[in-house]
Design a protein around this ligand. Structure first.
Ligand SMILES: Nc1ncnc2c1ncn2[C@@H]1O[C@H](COP(=O)(O)OP(=O)(O)OP(=O)(O)O)[C@@H](O)[C@H]1O
Ligand SMILES: [Mg+2]
Length: 508
């Protein structure tokens, strides 16, 4: 801006053949550009820090929102989609949202300075440039809906690609065994092409917007220069003004030509935020009851049935049973009969069951979800092992002493194995716990559960992959804990410890 004004002074000094003024304004012009360079460098540095701070906060907020609800709320989307939110979506928001936010501030400042500069020449320049700037800014708004749709389509395409890639790459070992891994690129082709198409559409809308704004800016600059020419001809301003107005009108109109599409871009990322909403507040949650701190009283199931949403038939059919505190119960029955479903109801994951289910005489649906999961622990049929060390997998963000961890591993018959690992507890387990065999993974999950010393343990085939001797050791370690209630799903009741069970529930 100052450069624009200085140009007028320099040109006027040349016209007046004033060497002193000419040198003075030229040196001033150099100084302005040096200052500008320093300023631009520092602001882009600062901008990058601020943008990354906002992005990090947004990532954490998204993670917080995604995990803020119940089991069903989290499972509305698959994990690839969440991955895409934290990576691709944030990149889009950074480039179109945050970065544009700073551009707007810069453009508004540019425009403000230019108006001040114009005041020195002739008031009419402000009025005309204001009208032209308004038009240059407004025209791209015509495409704002198309831009929002295009953006949303890109993010959805990203989510699909990431979900498919994740599923295929995770299944590499299975495909490799079947000699089918060559199909991975072919299976990725469709979502990759869909993403490419969505991105091309977005670029087309973006280019259309920029094109319209750019054209409008050029027309406006020509108009403004012509008007200045007339002012000079009428003797209302000096000849140097032509040079300045050319320069300044480029500033202001170019700013507007950028501002229009930028505002549209900011508006167009807004629909993304609608995806990241936290779980709706559950007004009944505060009224829900806490389970008693000690052994939580009997588990009573009366005509309990469950049908998965959309499924034509019941997964669990009308079971009635009472389990007294500290009882050890085996649940058996053929595959698919509903054993895991039963444990998932008790664990609070499946809520829309029919019939009655009570713990300590409180209906399950009235029990506070945190209280339920702090009383009762479910050990999954397919235990998940996190990337990280053995210790990380035991701690899961909490902190336990080596002594506590080793004792739990001992109960799960895994202590000797872990001690022999190169770095003991601090040995990385590899992606999905590749370091462990199937049976060792089961035992790690059991040890993780034992470490937390809940009152009720629901164990879903926790020893199915173990040899007989190891299975007996592990089963005995929880069956012999006098104050523990155990519901143990198994296909394999061993004669040696059958007597330790108080009852066997046979599902059919
Ligand atoms: N998330 C789900 N959505 C729809 N149907 C499901 C779901 N999970 C399980 N089912 C169905 O419910 C039935 C019972 O499944 P469940 O996992 O409880 O059986 P299970 O007795 O534990 O079998 P297994 O011994 O093989 O582990 C099955 O027919 C299964 O297909
Ligand atoms: Mg099962």
């Amino acid at each position: 801006m100052s450069h624009g004004v200085l140009l007028a002074y320099i040109l006027n000094a040349i016209v007046a053949k004033n060497m002193q003024q000419f040198v003075l304004w030229t040196v001033a012009d150099f100084a302005v550009f040096t200052l500008l360079g320093i300023l631009l460098f520092s602001t882009s540095w600062l901008r990058s820090i601020l943008i990354q701070k906002m992005s990090t906060q947004l990532r954490l907020d998204i993670a917080q929102n995604v995990t803020s609800g119940d089991y069903a709320f989290f499972h509305r989307h698959d994990t690839g989609t969440y991955g895409s939110w934290l990576t691709n979506d944030i990149t889009m928001i950074e480039s179109q949202g945050f970065a544009c936010f700073f551009l707007i501030i810069q453009l508004i400042c540019d425009t403000g300075f230019t108006i001040v500069a114009f005041l020195q020449f002739h008031w009419s320049l402000i009025v005309i440039s204001f009208l032209l700037a308004l038009a240059t800014y407004g025209v791209p708004q015509l495409l704002h809906k198309q831009m929002a749709v295009a953006n949303l389509n890109v993010t959805h395409a990203n989510e699909k690609l990431l979900a498919r890639a994740q599923s295929l790459f995770k299944g590499f070992d299975t495909l490799f065994s079947l000699d089918l891994q060559r199909h991975i690129p072919a299976d990725l082709k469709e979502p990759a092409e869909a993403l490419a198409q969505a991105q091309v559409k977005e670029s087309v809308v973006q280019a259309g917007m920029n094109g319209i704004a750019g054209y409008s800016s050029i027309i406006s600059q020509i108009t403004l220069t012509a008007w200045t020419g007339l002012l000079v001809l009428w003797g209302l301003t000096s000849i140097g003004t032509i040079e300045s107005v050319g320069n300044l009108s480029f500033n202001i109109l170019n700013s507007m030509a950028q501002l229009g599409p930028v505002i549209v871009a900011i508006q167009a990322v807004q629909p993304l935020f609608a995806k990241y909403v936290p779980a709706p507040a559950n007004p009944q949650a505060a009224e829900k009851k806490q389970l008693p701190a000690a052994a939580a009283g009997p588990i009573q199931l009366t005509n309990l049935s469950y049908t998965y949403p959309g499924s034509p038939k019941a997964a669990l059919r009308s079971i009635t049973v009472t389990i007294a505190p500290t009882q050890k119960v085996a649940v058996t029955g053929p595959s698919g009969v509903g054993k895991s479903t039963l444990l998932n109801i008790l664990n609070g994951k499946l809520t829309n069951y029919q019939g009655a289910a009570e713990i300590a005489h409180i209906p399950l649906q009235q029990i506070n979800s945190h209280s339920l999961r702090r009383t009762l622990l479910y050990i999954d049929q397919q235990p998940y092992v996190f990337a990280g060390t053995v210790r990380d997998n035991m701690n899961l963000g909490e902190h336990y002493s080596d002594k506590q961890i080793m004792a739990a591993l001992q109960q799960a018959d895994l202590a000797a194995f872990v001690q022999d690992l190169p770095a003991g507890l601090d040995t990385p387990v590899g992606e999905d716990g590749r370091l462990f065999s199937g049976g060792q993974r089961q035992r790690l999950a059991l040890a993780r559960g034992m470490l937390r010393q809940r009152h009720i343990m629901l164990i879903d085939e926790g020893t199915s992959a173990l040899d007989r001797a190891s299975a007996l050791t592990v089963e005995n370690s929880f069956l012999k804990q006098a104050d523990l209630t155990v519901i143990f799903v198994t296909h394999q009741l061993h004669d040696e410890n059958k007597a330790l069970f108080d009852q066997v529930i046979q599902l059919s």
